[in-house]
Design a protein around this ligand. Sequence first.
Ligand code: NAD
Length: 505
Amino acid sequence: MSQLDFLSELGIDSDNLGGYSSGWLGSGDNLESTTPVDGSTIASVKQCTTENYNSIVSNSKKVFRKWRMEPAPKRGEVVRLLGEEFRKYKEPLGKLISWEMGKIQAEGEGEVQEMIDITDFAVGLSRQLYGKTMHSERPLHRMYEQWHPLGNIGIITAFNFPGAVWAWNAMIAAVCGNTMVWKPSSKTPLTAVAIQKIVNRVMEPLGWDGVMNLMIGRGREVGDLMINDRSFPLVSATGSCDMGRKVGTAVSKRLGRSLLELGGNNAIIVMDDADIEMAMSAILFGAVGTTGQRCTSTRRIFLQKGIADKFTEKLTNTYKQVRIGNPLDSSTLMGPLVDTSARDTYVQAIETIKNEGGEILYGGNIIDGDGCFVEPTLVQANSEMSIVREETFAPILYIFSFDDLDSAIDMHNSVDQGLSSSIFTSNVSAMEEFLSHRGSDCGIANVNIGTSGAEIGGAFGGEKDTGGGREAGSDSWKVYMRRQTNTINWSSNLPLAQGIEFNLD
Ligand code: NAD
């Protein structure tokens, strides 16, 4: 059996994926998908041209007019069937994610599980798109609000969660009655093609092709067309802060709505009274998991002075045991970075760390060979270093020490990003302080849990340069719908609000 049998299980057996399949049209230049494990090409995919773009968008707008008429619980039933199909392909799709972007198989399959979980959530939600009823100040009047589908939604996704981020958006947008067009990262086109094939298998027989559409192409080309296109009332964009600034500016210029899920610079505070083993495991998974390429990856840790030296020594020993290698090998804990440009960014960051006076305690080197493997890196940092304020998308962890919680929170909040944060402590006051309005300034704040690995039931997203968007659970669905306030007068008079009299006599 070949290591890459999962490709044929997913129906990816051609060297030249493109042409027309429902919801996906590509007749432009080839884009090669390569694996960061050894740099070899997996397959090539045809990208969208401007004509392809126009044809996909005009078809999905047409389909929207039918899809919005389907009752929400029936749309939920379609999403339930999608979830069933994702369950069947959990292993091969998880393996493809690992092979195409480098995360280990357990995390690749975990990502598909997240896709399944959000379908379950969306099915329930399809019967709970509640609006409020208010008491009117006028007699015999009824006032209430309803939530209507928004239209054809644009979804732009990053390489590091090539399936889950699409699913977070797509499943909720679908039960809300929207059609959508997905522009995935050009670093992970095959995962997108494999997912679209699964979608087509469910949607085509039901007559719902065109609800979920795929458009592969460069951010600066098809992405640019989408963000400037007034026919997309909402563009949900996940990626770097730089990308978010461009997308946010273009969409707001045409007074559209954007949902931005951007970079993080996540930190964990470890107090003297913390459970050290638990904190150590959370930091290892947070900093090394997905090769440091999660938006919620742990990038900074703040250790209270009483435990700082011992903790650092123990963490350094733990780092020595991280097994690096083929992400499909079950003993591997850390796979490669996504590509050679990510590896170059790592090399430049190490250079800057040294120039800025950071002390490399472990790692700092690339691993020779055709793959994009690097060592997980621990740095004794100081607050003067400017690089600690940036999100370097690689397994580099900065260690700081502190005296009291107030100063730790100040350092914690001193960066531009505001996604995920944690404190490890057994002291109830410290927990509450961290979660209070003068504590963490992030969209996600955890106690005795690391920064990465969110559940889909909560609203996911961050503040400040992370963009302010919220996806997945809680009431995040509201951004995919438009609110309408309705007042019905069932009396035989026309009283005006605020008691205003406006009569001719
Ligand atoms: P990226 O910004 O390079 O690309 C993200 C997506 O934006 C890609 O599909 C890309 O083609 C597209 N894009 C780029 N320029 C565009 C433009 N001008 N118009 C339209 N689309 C454009 O990010 P990446 O390297 O793929 O992913 C890593 C980044 O994503 C990190 O910063 C990470 O923190 C962030 N991220 C955030 C979240 C979150 O939920 N907050 C989740 C995952 C990743």
